[in-house]
Structure formats: structure tokens, C-alpha cells
Design a protein around this ligand. Structure first.
Ligand code: 6PG
Length: 468
């Protein structure tokens, strides 16, 4: 344990070990610790002749690090993060830095940064996306916290991040919890796009009767078009996977109950707090919750007539429209996520550069897609864009696909197949570019029963009416 190591990492699960190997392959010496000795042993085994030290106590970890120390955490979000920080506090000294690389709730990150600042310890909250593969070969990295603290660690992140056209998929996001906030919204978009893909899958599987093998070809084809994305790529691969034991497509053997760790729900909840509409994210969370009510659904299926109608029209035409519909819906999803970031940036003082967010999401992360380059360019043209839908090029892309989106929704309703994310995508788009919404009536109703007052189109001021 002679040479002082540049970076420490606590949490040697698969993600942690892969990230250690990634950093080491880029020339950084890393000391890793996990309270599970098997993980420490696995790290030693995988490290081979790399500059990696795997230790069995936090004391050894801290002792092995170059001062001022930098310790990354890749442990489960929540109380485990606080417990590990508590343990480190007795070992670190002012000037050292803790970097939380997990999916922590952004308000926890803000609190931790303040608590640690009082003790002279720097704290960064860093969102990392890309799963095990990303951690090993290049994730998208969203760091937040004090800029001076980030200055010390950026070379490591820049070397380890994914690259697109030579650009590393990492950028300083902003102060406090900015990094974890951006990661949270990333996950909200992730949930929403997964739900849109699931609906398209349902329409083709239940509506058109396509087999998993045929669906592989469809999603693979979509992934070669304008909608190309990591999530479509893995969906195509999932469709092709055959279960060894049964010889059947594995996807058909998986229970239809989605689980969640909660990041998508947080994104949706905080959008509500901010008053930003993100209906595709909301419905994605709701549909995971609905899927989990398997028993209730089965009972209801028995009690109600669950007849599914045969597909009513031209299959070829429907398939072509569905691809367009899916693309339009994903655009409205990104629009909602970016609008949430814009609002949070102002409200929480994150000072986000939305072009940089789009840039670092182009590679490494779960929501990477060809369309992120369009978003990046839109913010390059107009950094203050209220919503990417008002960018001429992007708005036109959805407008051109409005009819296919409508047709897909009508077909879904005709076939009794729930497609709520596609439906709210259209409703959001139509409402967002509507100069008038029926909120005048809502205002009148509020004033009727609660004397909440209303504003008029023809006069300044606030008014109340004796309606009855
Ligand atoms: C990523 C993923 C990652 C994780 C999600 C899964 O960006 O690499 O989002 O963070 O797989 O937390 O979330 P759910 O369990 O809530 O679906």
C-alpha cells in the first residue's frame, strides 16, 4: 500500500468495479473498498495488473489516498449514503472531497452538501447513467456541486466518460444538487420512452399479432431510422432473445408487473411541485403502478368484458404510421423533460446549460438517441428556448407526424388497447400550441363555489361574481 492512490471508491458492486476498471484503464490509480469481502476479492481478481488497490476497511481506503482526498460513493441511494458519509467523517479531514455517484434524491444531495461544507468537506452529487456497460466503457456523467470542487476531479470524469464525435459526455451541470436533478429528469424521460415503446409493442403484439421474432425486425428497423436510440436497440435485442429452457422468446415468459426504484416518480413529483406539465412521465409512472396491480387486473378482466377488437385497417399502413407516431411522441417527451430542467434551473438556482445537457446525453446514457443532436442544436441557436417544440425544425417534425400519431391512437382505442402515453403526447402537443384552453370555465367554477376570483380578457383587475 505504498503509492498514494488518486481516487477512492466505496461500493464495489458490478457498477462500482466497472467504474474502477474504467478509471484505471485511463491511467488513474484507484483504491476501492466494499464492506462485502466477496466484492473486494472480485475487484482484486478483475484488477489484474492495473493501478487498483482493493481494501477491506474504510481506514485502509482513506490511508491509501493522496491528499486532499477524493472518495467516490457508488452505493444504494438513501440511508446507506448517509451511513457511509458518517463513517468517512471520522477519517477525512478538511479539504477532502466526497463524490456521491449514485441515484440520490436531489434534496438529500443539497442537505449533504451543506452539512459537509460546515465540516470543511467538499461534496459533489454526480449522476451517472449507462448501467454496467456504461460504467465500464463510458457512461454519461452529470456532476453538480461547487465548481472549485469539480475542478479537482474533472480530468477523471472526462477520461472515463463516453465520447460522441470526440466530445466527452460529461459537463459541469451547476451548483448544489444540479447533477442529481438532471439525472432524475433523465430517468423520468427514460420511464416515459420505455412506456411509449411498450405501448407500440402492445399494439403490434396484441393488435396485429406480431411474433417476437417479427417485432425484433420492426424495432431493429426503427432503430435504423430517425428515431434511432439505445432503448430501441435493446428492445430489438430483447425480442430476439430465446429462453434456453423452453425455446420460447424470453420476453413472453416475463411477468407483466413493472418494478421501480423511484427516480422516475421523483421526476414526476417534482415537476408537479414546479408546476411544469410532464404528462408522459406521469403516465409512465402510473402505468408501472397499474401493471403492479396484477391481481386486481385479473379480477377486473374476469368481471368486465375484456374483449379485444381485431385490427380494423391496413396493416402495412398502420406499421408505417406507428413508427412516425412513436417518434413524434418521443419528441414531446424530451420537450417535457427539458422544460422541467429549464424551470428547475431558475427555481433552484442550478443555472443549467441545456445545450450541455443535450450534448452529454447524446452518448453513454440510457436515453441516448439521434434526436438529442437536434435538441443540442436547438439550444445552440436559442439558449433561452422556452420549449423545444417552439424551435421551428423540431415543432415541424411533430406537426408533420400529428396525423400518424392521431391514427395510432384511434386504432388503439378501436382495438381496446391502452396507449395512454401516446394519447397524452398528442394532447400535450395540441394543448401546448393552443392559444386558448377551456381554463376560463375552470376559473368560473372556482369563483362560483369558492369565490376565488378570475381575470377577464377585456378588462384589467380581478373579479368576483354572484353566480347563483
Ligand atoms: C441509468 C439508469 C439507472 C437504473 C435506473 C432504473 O441511467 O443508468 O436509469 O440509473 O437502471 O435507476 O430505475 P428503475 O428501477 O426505477 O426502473
Amino acid at each position: 500500500m505504498s503509492a498514494p492512490y488518486q481516487v477512492g471508491l466505496i461500493g464495489l458492486g458490478v457498477m462500482g468495479r466497472n467504474f474502477v476498471l474504467n478509471m484505471a484503464d485511463h491511467g488513474f490509480s484507484v483504491a476501492g473498498f466494499d464492506k462485502d469481502r466477496l466484492q473486494v476479492a472480485a475487484m482484486r481478481e478483475e484488477a489484474r495488473d492495473r493501478p487498483v488497490l482493493a481494501v477491506e476497511s474504510p481506514e485502509d481506503l482513506v490511508r491509501s489516498l493522496r491528499r486532499p482526498r477524493a472518495v467516490m460513493l457508488l452505493v444504494p441511494a438513501g440511508h446507506v449514503v448517509d451511513a457511509v458519509i458518517g463513517e468517512l467523517l471520522g477519517l477525512l479531514e478538511p479539504g477532502d472531497m466526497i463524490i456521491d455517484c449514485g441515484n440520490s434524491f436531489f434534496r438529500d444531495t443539497g442537505r449533504r452538501e451543506q452539512e459537509l461544507a460546515e465540516k470543511g468537506i467538499h461534496f459533489l452529487g454526480v449522476g451517472i447513467s449507462g448501467g454496467e456497460e456504461g460504467a465500464r466503457h463510458g457512461p454519461s456523467i452529470m456532476p453538480g456541486g461547487r465548481a472549485e470542487a469539480y475542478e479537482r476531479i474533472w480530468p477523471v470524469f472526462e477520461a472515463a466518460a463516453a465520447r460522441v464525435d470526440g466530445d466527452p459526455c460529461v459537463a459541469y451541470m451547476g451548483p448544489g444538487a444540479a447533477g442529481h436533478y438532471v439525472k432524475m429528469v433523465h430517468n423520468g424521460i427514460e420511464y416515459a420512452i420505455m412506456q411509449l415503446i411498450a405501448e407500440a409493442y402492445d399494439l403490434m403484439r396484441s393488435g396485429l399479432g406480431l411474433s417476437a421474432a417479427q417485432l425484433h425486425d420492426v424495432f431493429d428497423g426503427w432503430n435504423r431510422g430517425t428515431a434511432a436510440s439505445f432503448l430501441l436497440e435493446i428492445t430489438a435485442e430483447i425480442m430476439a432473445k430465446v429462453d434456453e429452457g423452453t425455446g420460447k422468446p424470453l420476453v413472453n415468459l416475463i411477468r407483466d408487473e413493472a418494478r421501480q426504484l423511484g427516480t422516475g416518480m421523483w421526476a414526476s413529483q417534482d415537476a408537479m411541485n414546479l408546476g411544469v406539465p410532464v404528462p408522459v412521465m406521469d403516465i409512465a409512472v402510473a402505468m408501472r403502478n397499474l401493471s403492479a396491480l396484477k391481481g386486481e387486473r385479473l379480477a377486473a378482466a374476469g368481471a368486465l368484458d375484456g374483449r379485444q377488437q381485431p385490427f380494423p385497417g391496413d396493416r402495412e399502413q398502420f406499421m408505417a404510421r406507428l413508427e412516425e407516431a412513436f417518434y413524434a411522441a418521443t419528441i414531446t417527451t424530451y420537450a417535457q423533460g427539458m422544460a422541467q430542467l429549464r424551470s428547475a434551473s431558475g427555481k433552484y438556482g442550478f443555472r443549467l446549460d441545456l445545450e450541455a445537457v443535450a450534448r452529454i446525453w447524446r452518448g453513454g446514457c440510457i436515453i441516448r438517441a439521434a434526436f438529442l443532436e437536434d435538441i443540442r442544436q436547438a439550444y445552440q441557436r436559442r439558449p433561452d428556448l422556452a420549449n423545444i417544440l417552439v424551435d421551428e425544425g423540431i415543432g415541424a417534425k411533430v406537426m408533420q407526424r400529428r396525423e400518424p400519431l392521431k391514427a395510432a391512437i384511434i386504432a388503439a382505442a378501436d382495438m381496446d388497447i391502452p396507449a395512454p402515453a401516446l394519447m397524452v403526447s398528442l394532447a400535450y402537443f395540441d394543448a401546448y400550441h393552443s392559444g386558448w384552453l377551456p381554463a376560463n370555465l375552470v376559473q368560473a367554477q372556482r369563483d362560483y363555489f369558492g369565490a376565488h376570483k378570475y381575470e377577464r380578457l377585456d378588462k384589467e383587475g380581478v373579479f368576483h361574481t354572484q353566480w347563483a
